[in-house]
Design a protein around this ligand. Structure first.
Ligand code: MTE
Ligand code: HPA
Ligand code: MOS
Length: 773
């Protein structure tokens, strides 16, 4: 089934926040963000701004009618700064004016005097100063301290990954409309309608039942709107509540880039030990997470880094510790993979370091250590593993030997271009790591004309969840898909939702839809049984017809629905699903946090230009563990998008903050995201068909985040290509591998680590080739 939004998308008819017709009298907000990263506010002068045309009111923390606090996990984030500022762009004031131009013009006239304090941008520096968001946590399996003595080979190193802009096409924004009796209707571009509802209730001083957050769809979220839509919704709601007027604020791109958090940069240390047969016996890792100025979701992200620190490998002795370090950057937040990719990069770096030191291909160590069913993760859960199945199938199907031969041949005859290859196996746990978030509700109404309305807590953000929900309802009710409509996601209809995140949205909400529809079918069968004088067990519904004892009757869906209504049988159901059998004890750091894992293997192949340092992604060839995909078109789209987003993070997207904590990569001219030319020339996706049952909706495993981690392979493929040109290069594990870094590595010699290539690159190339041959 095609994505149900595809028609309105290509016709430009799909409705996003900015497409909602404005109510007369709507006012516009704009935030004034701190010009410096850390300091104490001495004076705030609003007079010039307040005198600007169209300005209605300028809100500061003193105008907050509820609690000036929006921190979710830790209450450390004011809605509007009081006396301290902790990052550049931290909202200090909120201007409300008659037009958005007037609001932004007034923002420019606000002046603030801030006494500067020292700025920390590096998580290791924060660590050294004891600046932590929460206590450190350690995952432990076996005993590394004694395991080292059994290792023949031990390697240590450091690995760094940079942040990443979410770059959802639709920026953050909200539109708050006051209702009678102080209620507020909010349109918000959020993955978490309930999170927005809570933040608004708290900061405006209202009850949650007064706040209807209504979401049609997002133009992308990627984790950036799991928590960070709250700020803008709370500001608009506060202004609407105080002024009794509708208030809208849709951030422009530069405001969005400057004021919102990104993927967490990490700096990490690793130590890996192998025996003679290349079994990894011991692994230690220390993760320094750059959390930014307040907690936001950092504690949960840090936890997932630990869960995925050994990726898809079984390692009997593991000690991994993570520190959430407070710096003066915008609070970093959820981003596709949620800390998992950062942990997985480090173990791949460790394996690569071992392989390079031993003069073998990393894939030899990777293959040797893939987990098997029954192997224990450091957090206590036992694997139900598809790791070998995916790896072996990818090797055979794509003829890895032939790919290798071609690359070797190419590299032996080409001087200025080199190819590189890497394999990237993945293993990603599905469920919110916070067990209590793994619940969802659905409300299904069958109307008397036989049409069906479905509401869930799921937010459509391009990932196709609404299409999947529709498929579930149509399948269980056994009716045509066009009878079913997915309603907007509203906190008045579905309460206490988890955000659409953790790749678990279709599983959680889909199971609730399945339960609600199953219950309605049960009631309809009783009605049909009464009419047909058989027992309800003998009735089934198929393709809009009632069958009794295996025979089609002359009762159809419409008649049955009408009959149920006439008999005063409820045609509506509200169902609640809670994932069974998951638990986690954070004090022991043991449990069974994930419903299941998603596996896969990618073969990534790149070509570099050794004069220019540029590169092309040739192919990404994947065998992916779908379970049984309920929508192959959508799931392929998720994999393609995930791969491109992952290799963007690993290769070209470079966030730069200066020492003063100011974002320099603050626009699309200074921050390079993958475009169509960066997409691999070939993306092959082959499903691994698995027989095992799993707890996914219709056995169709979650697909939103796991493919992003295939992109990690691009980093290591580029590295291998560089080493084909310059075997002497000792390249730091420091992603992204931008063209600049790649060029430096190409011409690096062991004695002089980063010589710039001479203007006459060709001579240099010739010299190097002479040395290396
Ligand atoms: N795909 C699109 N098109 N847009 C998005 O914003 N977000 C990703 C992923 N795929 C995203 C996306 C993230 S971070 C997650 S957690 C999942 O989708 C969320 O949706 P799901 O739970 O339905 O997979
Ligand atoms: N993934 C994504 N978002 C989350 C999680 C998670 O595991 N936990 C809390 N929010
Ligand atoms: Mo996704 S990072 O869990 O929104």
């Amino acid at each position: 089934m095609k994505n149900i939004d595809s028609r309105t998308h290509v016709r430009g008819e799909s409705v996003y926040l900015d497409d909602i017709p404005l109510i007369q009298g709507t006012l516009f907000g704009a935030a004034f963000g701190s010009p410096i990263a850390h300091g104490i506010i001495k004076t705030l002068d609003l007079s010039a701004a307040a005198a600007m045309p169209g300005v209605v009111k300028i809100f500061t923390y003193e105008d907050v009618t509820g609690e000036n606090q929006i921190g979710g996990i830790v209450p450390d984030e004011p809605l509007l700064a009081e006396h301290h500022v902790h990052f550049c762009g931290m909202p200090i004031a909120f201007v409300v004016a008659e037009t958005d131009d007037e609001a932004r013009a007034a923002v420019k006239r606000i002046t603030v005097e801030i006494e500067p304090l020292p700025v920390i941008t590096d998580p290791r520096e924060a660590y050294a100063q004891g600046e932590f968001i929460i206590r450190p946590r350690t995952h432990k399996l076996g005993e590394t301290t004694t395991a080292w003595s059994q290792c023949t080979h031990i390697f240590e190193g450091r690995a760094d990954t940079n942040g990443q802009e979410h770059l959802y096409i639709e920026t953050q924004g909200a539109y708050a409309i006051p209702q009678e009796n102080n209620a507020i209707k909010l349109y918000s571009s959020t993955q978490g309608p309930t999170a927005v509802q809570r933040a608004v209730a708290r900061s405006s001083g209202l009850h949650m039942h007064q706040i209807d957050v209504d979401v049609t769809r997002l133009g992308g979220g990627f984790g950036g709107k799991e928590d960070q839509a709250n700020m803008w919704a709370a500001l608009c709601a506060l202004a609407a509540h105080v002024l009794h007027k509708p208030v809208k604020y849709a951030l422009n791109r530069m405001e969005d880039m400057a004021m919102t958090g990104k993927r967490h940069p990490y700096s990490s240390d690793f130590k890996i030990g192998l025996d003679n047969d290349l079994n990894i016996l011991a692994y230690e890792a220390t993760f320094y997470q750059n959390a930014g100025a307040s907690a936001d979701l950092s504690p949960a992200v840090m936890e997932r880094t630990l869960f995925h620190c050994t990726s898809t490998y079984f390692i009997p002795n593991v000690t991994a510790t993570a520190y959430s370090c407070r710096t003066h950057l915008p609070p970093n937040t959820a981003f596709r993979g949620f800390g998992g990719p950062q942990g997985m990069f480090v173990i791949e770096a460790a394996i690569t370091k071992a392989a390079e030191s031993l003069g073998i291909d990393a894939s030899v160590i990777q293959a040797k250590n893939l987990n098997k069913t029954g192997d224990e993760f450091a957090y206590g859960q036992k694997a139900v593993s598809e790791a070998h199945a995916c790896w072996n199938k990818a090797n055979e199907l794509y003829d890895l030997e032939a790919i290798r031969d071609n690359i070797a041949k190419f590299n032996s005859v080409n001087l200025l271009y080199k190819k590189g290859l890497a394999l990237m196996p993945i293993c990603f746990g599905i469920s919110f790591t916070n067990t209590r978030m793994n619940q969802a509700r659905a409300l299904v109404h069958v109307y008397t004309d036989g049409s069906v309305g479905v509401s869930t807590g799921a937010v459509e953000m391009g990932q196709g969840v609404n299409t999947k929900m529709l498929q579930v309802a149509a399948h269980v009710l056994s009716i045509q898909p066009d009878r079913v409509k997915l309603q907007t996601t509203s906190t008045y209809r579905i309460a206490n939702t988890s955000p659409s995140a953790a790749s678990a949205t279709a599983d959680l909400n889909g199971k609730a839809v399945q339960m609600a529809c199953t219950e309605i079918v049960r009631r309809l069968k009783v009605v049909a049984a009464g009419e047909l004088n058989v027992s309800a067990e003998e009735i089934f519904l198929k393709d809009e017809w009632v069958y009794a004892n295996g025979e089609r009757t002359d009762w159809n869906w419409n008649q049955l629905v009408m009959e149920a209504f006439t008999k005063r049988v409820s045609l509506s159901e509200h169902a609640h699903y809670a994932t069974p059998d998951i638990h986690y004890d954070a004090s022991e750091e043991k449990g069974h946090p994930f419903t299941y894992h998603v596996y896969g293997t990618a073969i990534v192949d790149v070509t570099i230009d050794c004069l220019r340092g540029t590169y092309e992604m040739e192919s990404v060839k994947v065998v992916h563990d779908f379970g049984v995909s309920m929508n192959p078109l959508i799931d392929r789209g998720q994999i393609e998008g995930g791969i491109v987003q992952g290799l963007g993070w690993m290769t070209m997207e470079e966030i730069v903050f200066d020492q003063a904590g100011r974002l320099r990569s603050n626009a699309l001219s200074t921050y390079k995201v993958p475009d169509i030319y960066s997409v691999p020339k070939e993306i092959a996706i082959e499903p691994l068909k698995t027989e095992q049952d799993n707890l996914a909706i219709f056995r169709s495993k979650a697909v939103g985040e796991p493919p992003l981690m295939y992109g990690i392979g691009a980093y290591f493929a580029l590295r291998n290509a560089v080493r084909a040109f310059n075997p002497m290069a000792t390249i730091p594990f420091d992603a992204p591998m931008t063209p600049e870094k790649l060029l430096l590595a190409l011409y690096q010699s062991p004695t002089a680590p980063h010589p710039m290539p001479s203007a006459n690159g060709e001579t240099e190339v010739a010299q190097h080739l002479a040395v290396n041959s």
